[in-house]
Write a protein that binds this ligand. Structure first.
Ligand SMILES: NC(=O)c1ccc[n+]([C@@H]2O[C@H](COP(=O)([O-])OP(=O)(O)OC[C@H]3O[C@@H](n4cnc5c(N)ncnc54)[C@H](OP(=O)(O)O)[C@@H]3O)[C@@H](O)[C@H]2O)c1
Length: 264
């Protein structure tokens, strides 16, 4: 399945390169990277043997093509390389919202998998939703993203919009939650440095416990909520009318809607 041709190695492509290196998944010498802007990850990959902005005739060596540019410019990125690729190259796209039939057409009818990863692939804890009509393309996506976290197969392409809302965009929800918790701690009288340390450590610890314990989140919540206690007082605010469940339902729906719009 290598060499892998990466079209774009910005935030997400770069996170993937970092994750592969940490997991020992692919050698840098197996990577061909097209990226107009040098960044530390691309420079490190080049030092380790990756080919950066290879000549057009080299592109025919690529067995797998990872489309990792912003959705707004994916057609341009595809048009630059499609005619130079080998007929059996398989395309794996992380471009949010862009349909696999459109991608396949732009790449001369080649097989396509669509994936929606998270940037935690950089530390081997990514989450990747995968849809592919062909089993070969699905296997290729698993080979790329399996070594750097959890990969979830979706039965229908349409479900990628919801998966984007629940997973692809969701790390930002958690970071926003932590920011708000820190600000609330400061508003409740804590020095802001203490509020930050308390909020960050508490949230990352609680997330690790959720991951390790195997318990349902509702069960873990009940375990730390005494009737009539402090946590219950807070949860009555958080889970009440217009609270977290309503907000997250609306937020996920907004992300899914935007994903559809980006797909055109
Ligand atoms: N970031 C996330 O958390 C996340 C999560 C899931 C999926 N995604 C998806 O990942 C894709 C990339 O997002 P990103 O955040 O990594 O964007 P990004 O940081 O802008 O990276 C894309 C890179 O591609 C470069 N590029 C532009 N035109 C190119 C071309 N014709 N050929 C090759 N490379 C080109 C860009 O350079 P310039 O800056 O010069 O344009 C940029 O460095 C998007 O489709 C997004 O939907 C991102």
């Amino acid at each position: 399945m290598t060499p892998i041709l990466m079209l774009g190695a910005g935030r997400m492509g770069g996170a993937l390169i970092d994750g592969w290196r940490a997991a020992g998944a692919f050698q840098a010498s197996e990577l061909l990277i097209r990226e107009p802007n040098a960044n530390p990850t691309v420079e490190a990959a080049a030092q380790a043997g990756a080919l950066i902005n290879p000549a057009d005739e080299v592109l025919a060596r690529a067995k797998t093509v990872l489309l990792a540019v912003k959705p707004q410019i994916w057609r341009e990125a595809a048009a630059e390389v499609a005619q130079h690729l080998a007929p059996d190259a398989v395309i794996v796209s992380i471009a949010a919202g862009v349909k696999s039939t459109d991608i396949s057409q732009a790449f001369g009818g080649r097989s396509v998998a669509r994936v929606m990863p998270t940037t935690a692939v950089a530390i081997g804890q990514g989450t990747t939703s995968i849809y592919a009509a062909s089993s070969e393309a699905r296997a290729r996506a698993h080979a790329l993203f399996g070594p750097v976290g959890t990969a979830v197969d979706l039965a229908e392409e349409e479900l990628l919009h919801a998966a984007t809302g629940v997973s692809g965009s969701a790390p930002a929800y958690l970071y926003a939650f932590v920011e708000a918790l820190e600000a609330a701690g400061a508003a409740a009288g804590l020095p802001s440095e203490d509020a930050s340390r308390l909020a960050r450590s508490t949230i990352t610890g609680a997330a690790a416990l959720l991951a390790r314990s195997g318990e349902e989140p509702a069960e873990l919540r009940k375990q730390v909520t005494s009737p009539g206690g402090t946590t219950q007082a807070a949860l009555e605010v958080l889970l009440g009318q217009g609270g977290l469940p309503d907000l997250l339902r609306d937020a996920v729906a907004a992300a899914a809607r935007r994903s559809k719009e980006l797909g055109g």
